[in-house]
Ligand binder design. Structure first.
Ligand SMILES: [Zn+2]
Ligand SMILES: [Zn+2]
Length: 209
């Protein structure tokens, strides 16, 4: 009895210690204590190669180095992707491929089908006339509360019906410019941002996981 009580107390202490460490790490990140891995300025975002990377693979970047990286990624990208405008209310802004969307939930089958149809609308870049690779979708109405509805019901019945302008085709470079422009707004600090690479197809959207 005596020993098991001690074990319980030790266990409780361990849980408290882990929780405190997690809070401290999150606090340090959110308050901008980390510095940019490339230039040493205060880091604002985390950048990774693919969504849900391990913490050690997420590079802290500042408000200048992230846009530069995004421009490089999207300029090199040769596939087709839907890009939903960033919103500050969600912790991540990541590329999800169609395989992942099929796996998320049974309803996502429809979402994948819808994405496939929307990708068919990618044409010439509306901003510069170069061949397009992205379909830009504005995100009025999207936040941490409505994200689930969007994933469940698809874009046509949600974002695209929420008073947003019709989606437009953009080349990678012009997409990166619009993303960076949005990120200059109030309150943006993403824990993880990643871009599409190569010819993979899917959707870039603000989300949490
Ligand atoms: Zn930097
Ligand atoms: Zn363009």
């Amino acid at each position: 009895m005596f020993i098991s009580n001690w074990l319980l107390i030790l266990l409780a202490l361990a849980v408290v210690a882990v929780a405190l460490l997690a809070v401290r790490q999150l606090g340090g990140w959110m308050s901008g204590n980390r510095s940019c891995a490339r230039c040493g300025a205060a880091a604002r975002h985390g950048y990774s190669q693919k969504a849900e990377s391990a913490q050690k693979d997420i590079e802290p970047l500042c408000v200048s180095c992230l846009p530069a990286q995004l421009e490089q990624d999207y300029s090199a990208y040769q596939g087709r992707v839907l890009v939903v405008q960033p919103v500050s209310d969600l912790p991540c802004y990541v590329f999800r491929d169609r395989e992942h969307l099929k796996w998320v939930s049974p309803e996502a089958q429809d979402l994948d089908h819808e994405i496939q149809n929307l990708l068919g609308r990618v044409g010439q870049c509306k901003d510069c006339g170069h061949p397009g690779h992205c379909l830009w979708i504005e995100s009025r109405g999207l936040d941490s509360k409505t994200l689930e509805v969007v994933l469940k019901r698809g874009l046509a019945k949600t974002i695209l019906a929420w008073d947003n302008p019709p989606p437009i085709s953009l080349c990678g470079e012009c997409s990166a410019k619009r993303i960076s422009q949005s990120l200059r707004g109030e309150g943006f600090s993403y824990l993880e941002v990643c871009s599409p690479h190569g010819v993979e197809e899917g959707i870039v959207l603000p989300m949490g996981y």
